[in-house]
Design a protein around this ligand. Sequence first.
Ligand code: PLP
Length: 436
Amino acid sequence: MRNDLDAYWMPFTPNKAFKSAPRMVAASEGQFYIMSDGRRIRDGFCGMWCSLLGHNHPKVTEAIVDQARRLDYSPAFNFGHEGAFRLADTISKLWPGELDHVFFTNSGSEAVDTALKMALAYHRLRGEGSRTRLIGRVLGYHGVGFGGISVGGMVNNRKMFGGLLGGVDHMPLPYNPAADAFTRGQAKTDPMLYLKELEQIIALHDPSTIAAVIVEGFSGSSGVFIPPQGYLQKLREITKRNGILLILDEVITGFGRLGAPNAATFFGVEPDLCTIAKGMNNAAVPMGGVVVSRTIYDTFMQGVPAGVEFFHGYTYSAHPLAVAAGNAAQDVFREEGVFDNVASLTAGFEDALHDLKGLPYVTDIRNIGLAGGITLETRPGAPGARGYELFLRAFEEGVAIRNNGDTIAIAPILTSRPEDIEAIFAGVKKAFAKLT
Ligand SMILES: Cc1ncc(COP(=O)(O)O)c(C=O)c1O
């Protein structure tokens, strides 16, 4: 039956269930959504890992309005505007070492596809065009472009869409619940337990055929799975030794989630490319990007004597409104000491999250920075049903959290105070009390 909700085909949503009991957001304010019936729902998932400064931050809002009055759009090719160069410069200074150039996109998915294309073209420009293979990870999430789902490892996001990109392998997720359930922070498991399979993949194909490995700092969308201590450092060593580029997908970890500007800084590794999006401009206007090493940038600049160096870009790359929001958000990160605030909240968040141990159906709890993951026992014959029920029950209790299958993610706004985090968990505990 057609009604006025019918026309909108909603993304990653059970459309029929939603349309029979819609949750309509009318407004937002700081830590809260205000629903169309006037209910205030506390945001325990930071938008979708993206509204890092809370909703409607006045400086971000004002910057967008001001920008819309002065320059609403400027062509992305052969034209530039001052704000774009300033934002690239500011962002590049947040990443370590050689990572000092930025290419703008409009989403994390576009950022991932851009980074994969950069990796392939970089090797070709250097005369190593045989390096075409890509390696991702089981349960990795890199958006929904064909590149992203090919290197990604979430079955439902892949199985309907044919052959995907050829020449892609997946290494295992560094997670072993049998040994490491309820670990606080990073487990002490030997990372080679997981990375030896990468070495086998490299040996099987020969390093000369492999362009890049892509991983998230921690696997966010699939359920907050945290790598053991030393994993990323070891991965960097292996990739470097074999001439393989390392792409770190920082769409969730960029701009403070770990209490550092990014995962590269937090883990003390220097990847070759880092994908960003979401919180870079507080998600107030769609935006993404790739932070690129000087070596890669210079290879393009020197390898192409004249004309366009990289045949890639989007109509809305560095859109003036997105850039204005980005420059304002970057100012606020600095002025309000947001990354330090996260670091000061992490221990309390960890305690509150692990306090859920022992509640019905909880089989594992994981945390890093201000990111928390909970695994629930699957209801027999109904995978995902219990996770969805907990999401609904938490909403009834006035808290928004995220379910993916039977895992739950909690990701507070980065400017939270301790009492905001307490309020999220108070709601979650009430939801658990009704969970069946
Ligand atoms: C690690 C990671 N990469 C890429 C993406 C895709 O970003 P977008 O939804 O903006 O395309 C996401 C989104 O959640 C993500 O978490």
